[in-house]
Design a protein around this ligand. Structure first.
Ligand code: GDP
Length: 296
């Protein structure tokens, strides 16, 4: 890893520390405080940054620094590794198998990019030879079914929904059943994501999950929600068993530090990122470039 991969204020902090004649605890602390500020600005949760700071202090040996070892490299590597570790929950998410029906339920707040992401996920797999299908279990937002229908039609992906049925659980059950009969191997259930009446939203998520028994629940999170990422991912995790995370709108200004909160809270990996409004602006998540960007 080269210094250029680290962000302006972080590399400045490390540079300043390396310039100091004597590297003692005070100098190291100043450097780490500077780094903390930069990470908070990238929306990494305070607790995670604080824990990271403690870990780095344990890893970085002051004697090594004082002895003239490559100080920059030691600290850079420690920061980079710590962030990568936070983003790795230690176990991979459920991986669907081609040819075997899997139910994938998407949850997230309204506006997070959930419906768009459902289609992107379906399209991504369709191109790889899967038989995906989309079920619109969002009966709350007027226009939700039309949006899913439009996206699905454009991508030539079968879809199911209703203009008249108001019970999302019923639609979810019917849709999943139908596509199982049609031998679809990736049955994607889009759910409601309203802002208000949160308690009832979470109850609805729980009921849809109970009825459709998803193999995987994917939590969709907007990268620009900043420090709210922690509360949001925790709220979803408490009502459904989130197994993977997708971060959207990574083409915007946000650095995506909220992803660290989402992974830490849900103990689930990020699997994809959304990088635009278009159906193919969707990438498999890769920890190292993500951390480089976060620090950049
Ligand atoms: P939902 O309410 O969570 O279902 O959100 P939608 O799928 O309707 O998306 C809300 C808005 O975000 C729409 O205008 C989408 O085009 C946009 N959007 C979704 N994903 C991305 C992304 O990765 N990048 C950008 N720039 N826009 C996105």
């Amino acid at each position: 890893m080269v210094l250029a991969q680290l962000g302006g204020s972080i590399s400045r902090a490390i540079q300043q520390m390396s310039n100091a004649t004597i590297i003692d605890e005070k100098v190291l602390n100043e450097c780490l405080n500077e780094i903390t500020r930069a990470l908070l600005q990238s929306d990494v949760q305070f607790k995670l940054v604080r824990d990271m700071q403690t870990n780095i202090k344990k890893i970085v040996n002051l004697d090594d620094l004082a002895a003239g070892h490559n100080k920059r490299k030691i600290i850079q590597q420690a920061i980079f590794n710590e962030l990568c570790t936070i983003l790795d929950p230690g176990k991979p998410s459920f991986t669907p198998k081609k040819g075997k029906a899997s139910v994938i339920m998407f949850v997230g707040l309204q506006g997070s990019g959930k419906t768009t992401t459902c289609t992107k996920y379906a399209y991504y797999h369709q191109k790889k030879g899967w038989k995906p299908a989309l079920v619109c279990a969002d009966t709350f937002r007027a226009g939700a079914f039309d949006q899913l229908k439009q996206n699905a039609t454009k991508a030539k992906i079968p879809f199911y929904g209703s203009y008249t049925e108001s019970d999302p659980v019923r639609i979810a059950i019917e849709g999943v059943e139908r596509f199982k009969q049609e031998n679809c191997d990736l049955i994607i259930v889009d759910t409601s994501g309203r802002h208000k009446q949160e308690a009832s939203l979470f109850e609805e998520m729980r009921q849809v999950a109970e009825a459709t028994k998803p193999d995987l629940v994917i939590f969709v999170m907007d990268s620009s929600i900043g420090q709210a990422a922690f509360d949001q991912s925790q709220a979803f995790k408490q009502s459904v068993s989130v197994g993977a995370v997708i971060i959207t709108k990574m083409d915007g200004h946000a650095k995506g530090g909220g992803a660290l909160s989402a992974v830490a809270t849900t103990k689930s990996p990020v699997i994809f990122i959304g990088t635009g409004e278009h159906i193919d602006e969707f990438e498999v998540f890769d920890v190292k470039p993500f951390v480089s960007r976060l620090l950049g």
